[in-house]
Design a protein around this ligand. Structure first.
Ligand code: ADP
Ligand code: ADP
Length: 234
């Protein structure tokens, strides 16, 4: 079944006196529940914008995103915040951890705002760190962890509300070859556990884990043939 239905999605960034930038120029896309979708495209093709709109971090200029039957454009700010909290977990290239907090505190942090008592928060965070193989680094701060370990902490944090959807924007972009690959394997495990995964990446090793590939050029979804033809001219 289709979990995310995208129709006529457009995003225009106003640029003051300069000409506005059209980041998405009318995207239609269906994301099946339980799929592992890899989004490819050159820099500036709209990949991050697409991920942000699906994650409810920003609003489209036009068009619609329906997630599990709910139209995001009809949600007010509070409802959109609740959607972000409950339905999606975000993973970024730069990890985005709080440097003054330990791994455990970083993972537990989002639970502060959901009425979960402190002891339970710690327990949940520790279980998630165990799940990503970092139980023995719970009390380390980000600067005391390798890049791959920091990304594992970020993934544990993204899982804290048990989201159906995991959105990852170049999750291996700051990592060396080996730790990048282990992060892909971790995403693949989450996929097998039932999460719907959408990853933006230039790393073609991710393709072996994907159930669906989406190609973006100039803010539009194109076929693989058109994408490769364009790449050959680049
Ligand atoms: P960035 O994404 O920051 O531009 P990269 O090193 O990933 O840096 O890419 C350098 C250039 O090569 C970019 O202009 C990007 O468009 C292109 N590129 C890299 N990988 C791919 C890919 N898999 N498909 C299409 N274009 C790519
Ligand atoms: P990608 O992730 O494929 O590199 P983006 O979605 O980041 O593409 O960007 C698509 C286009 O929109 C680019 O031309 C980019 O410069 C522009 N853009 C992205 N974010 C903003 C923003 N906040 N304000 C203005 N322009 C933006």
């Amino acid at each position: 079944s289709i979990l995310i239905m995208i129709r006529g999605l457009r995003k225009v960034y106003p640029m003051g006196r300069q000409q506005a930038v059209q980041a998405l120029a009318g995207v239609d896309l269906d994301i099946p529940a339980g799929s592992f979708t890899v989004v490819m495209g050159p820099s500036g093709s709209g990949k991050s914008t697409l991920l942000h709109l699906i994650g409810g971090l920003d609003r489209p200029t036009a068009g619609s995103i329906q997630v599990n039957g709910q139209r995001l454009e009809t949600l007010d700010e509070n409802q959109l915040a609740e959607y972000r909290r409950k339905m999606v977990g975000f993973i970024f290239q730069a990890f985005n951890l709080v440097s003054s907090m330990t791994a455990l505190e970083n993972v537990a942090f989002p639970l502060r705002f959901s009425g979960v008592p402190p002891a339970r928060r710690r327990q949940i965070a520790l279980n998630l760190l165990r799940q990503v193989g970092l139980e023995n680094r719970a009390h380390h701060r980000p600067t005391e962890l390798s890049g791959g370990q920091q990304q594992r902490v970020a993934i544990a944090r993204a899982l804290v509300h048990q989201p159906r959807i995991i959105l990852a924007d170049e999750p291996t972009g700051n990592l060396d070859t080996a730790s990048g690959y282990s992060i892909m394997q971790l995403l693949s495990e989450l996929h097998r556990a039932g999460h719907t995964i959408i990853v933006v990446t230039h790393d073609t090793r991710m393709h072996r884990f994907a159930t669906h590939l989406v190609y973006l050029l100039d803010g539009r979804v194109v076929t693989r043939e058109d994408y490769e033809a364009a790449a050959n001219f680049a």
